[in-house]
Design a protein around this ligand. Sequence first.
Ligand SMILES: [Fe+2]
Length: 210
Amino acid sequence: MEVNRLAEQAGQHAHPARCSDHSRYTLANRLMLTLLSHLRQYHEETYHHSLRVSYLVRRMAKHLICENREVRRLIRSAMLHDVGKLAIPIGVLDKPARLNAQEWIQMDRHGTIGASILHATGLFGDDEIYIVSHHHRWFGQNARMTEPRLVDAMVDLLAVCDAYDAIIYDRPYRDAQNSDWAIRQINERAGDQFNPVMADLLRCVLSEQA
Ligand SMILES: [Fe+2]
């Protein structure tokens, strides 16, 4: 997949300066579907993972965010959070063993690449691009902020949903784990890797009937 070409084409077709807010929103949604369709062709499991994560994010967001507009942006961010994997070689994505240092460097680039693709279109808000560009680790940083921004909460939320889904589905190098095990793992890392509020919310949401 030639990601630079894809980003260039997306930017050419968007013309955001001429768009009303409504047109911009519609164009961004169309572009999202196009990107997801590329992702599905390139790496189907990442596509399904993105849909599952966005569904879980939606369930969690209902408890946190009142404004529909913010929920829609968050769901779109979740759908696109792994779009940068279009640029990661299949051999790395599907390697049936732990990645070596060089491969991790390649893999870690997917957030930045995803952000570049979205940025090139001019159709996505800075908060969405921020979410795509970070494989977020909490490390207590929000606790030091006097006024945590909404975007931080959104990234924290996306991080727990992403990790949960990654654990409960097969990876090329390991089998899927069950939901209880995944929740325990996330809770053990709450306050360090994950925002403890979001880890707790995940546990509560998963205990609800889907
Ligand atoms: Fe992911």
